[in-house]
Write a protein that binds this ligand. Structure first.
Ligand code: NAD
Length: 435
């Protein structure tokens, strides 16, 4: 992320907090507590590279607020990771965990690195080195990491193993998003899309036409591809999907299982990073035409699902958005300025802190199963996820409609109120000053 994108993230977080404050029951004490992260760790990680040279990487772990429980949040590997970005994402995690009523505060971590430039051995040494550097800062009752952009189950497994070596005992509950044989949970791989789908289905009758609603999905990666498949299977007409290389469109609806199969066949590191492109379909018999990234975003569809990166919809392109409903499966795909324009045009935005919270919710289930030493079936995980996503979505919808505010404002207000209740339970100004 560039400096200006980080500024924009920080600014957006402040704007959204400001909007929500009018509707939250929150004390000045809580707001004071939330002004800065609880703690910020900056580490350097020396790694022996395959050619024998020693290279030092910069890493971060920020714990934003732990009023509601141990902090939780992913670890990102990206060349533009910096401490401001990690802090903002840690704040977002604080909100997201409270929106879903998980017993967690928020945190985030990251390493400034382009993981695609590293060999598997280098990636493993870097990941283990990160845990060596932050081991005193994390723990099952303190701070529990998880995957984020360009990290995955394989990396979480290395990290859990390293932490267990340091502690001289098996500690699967220190990290979530692990491979199944290392204590991972059923359903984690598709949890983000499953949760997003549950939210759409919960609000479908209120927001979308009953007969084959049309959908465009921006970003055909882990989250976006799984989401497109779920919607396709549920009878939605997915007319367009895109990845970093381009977009494809079919007015009749794309055959998503075929698109997914072709994309998976052309990637080179199965289960690690998608490397093929939906555009490879040009050589395959799936009916479609190629369109540009911007054309996909501007399609007149019932549901637009941004599932790629931050800042996809900004002041520069918001006037060209023609979707009725937008589900933010990615984190922060709409800037606060664009958000305001969409609200003014009565476009319903289902905010990221609800829409993509299925991932952290099943992470919570994974941690709970690790602590209990008792594992749930895929069916049990799926049912528990649906119950929580639908429950919170319906509650937010009722709150938002009663107050005539956007869902995002309702979600932030709900989260702030919950954080405030936990923080104030330990004492607040009125308690100490009243007779
Ligand atoms: P991913 O890397 O698997 O997929 C991202 C996809 O977006 C890739 O297909 C890439 O080609 C595509 N893309 C990049 N730039 C694009 C552009 N300009 N136009 C169209 N497509 C573009 O990542 P992911 O895990 O699916 O995560 C996607 C988003 O969802 C991120 O914002 C992430 O923070 C968020 N998210 C993911 C999870 C999860 O469990 N995977 C959980 C919560 C939030």
């Amino acid at each position: 992320m560039t400096d200006s994108q980080t500024d924009s993230l920080l600014n957006d977080a402040a704007v959204r907090l400001g909007d929500a404050l009018h509707h939250a029951q929150v004390s000045d004490d809580t707001l004071e507590r939330l002004r800065f992260p609880k703690s910020t760790l900056k580490v350097s990680i020396p790694v022996r590279m395959d050619d024998g040279a020693l290279r030092t990487f910069r890493g971060y772990r920020v714990r934003y607020d732990d009023s509601r429980g141990p902090t939780k949040g992913g670890i990102r590997y990206h060349p533009n990771v910096n401490v401001d970005e990690v802090s903002t994402l840690a704040f977002w995690m604080t909100i997201k965990c409270a929106v879903l009523d998980l017993p967690y505060g928020g945190a985030k971590g990251g390493i400034t690195v382009d993981p695609k430039q590293l060999s598997k051995f280098e990636l493993e040494r870097l990941s283990r080195g990160y845990i060596d550097a932050v081991a005193d800062f994390i723990g099952p009752d303190v701070d529990i990491p998880a995957p984020d952009v360009y990290t995955n189950a394989l990396i979480m497994g290395w990290m859990m193993d390293e932490y267990s070596i340091i502690q001289r005992r098996h500690v699967p509950e220190v990290i979530t998003g692990k491979p199944l044989p290392m204590g991972g949970s059923q359903g984690r791989a598709t949890a983000t899309a499953d949760g997003g789908f549950d939210v759409v289905e919960a609000l479908r009758g209120k927001l979308l036409p009953t007969d084959r609603p049309t959908v465009a999905v921006q970003g055909f990666g882990n989250a976006g591809a799984a989401m497109a498949l779920l919607l396709h299977e549920a009878g939605y007409r997915v007319v367009a999907v895109s990845d970093s290389q381009g977009a494809i469109y079919s007015g009749d609806g794309l055959d998503i299982p075929s698109v997914k199969k072709i994309k998976e066949e052309s990637r080179q590191l199965p289960g690690v990073y998608y490397e093929g492109s939906v555009c490879d379909l040009i050589h395959h018999p799936v009916r479609h035409e190629r369109i540009s990234h911007e054309e996909l975003l501007g399609l007149e569809v019932d549901l637009l699902v941004p599932a790629a990166l931050e800042n996809a919809i900004t002041e520069a392109n918001v006037e060209r958005i023609h979707a009725r409903v937008i589900l933010e499966l990615a984190n922060g795909p709409i800037t606060s300025a664009a958000d305001r324009a969409l609200v003014a045009r009565e476009v319903t935005v289902i905010p990221d802190v609800l829409a993509n919270a299925g991932g952290v919710t099943v992470s919570y289930f994974e941690w709970a199963q690790n602590r209990a030493g008792l594992y749930w079936t895929a069916r049990e995980v799926r049912d528990k996820l649906r119950e929580r996503m639908v429950g919170e979505a319906e509650q937010l919808w009722d709150f938002a409609t009663a107050r005539e505010i956007p869902l995002r404002t309702a979600a932030y207000a709900q989260a702030l109120t919950r954080i405030g209740e936990a923080a104030d339970a330990k004492g607040h100004k009125e308690l100490y000053t009243s007779e």
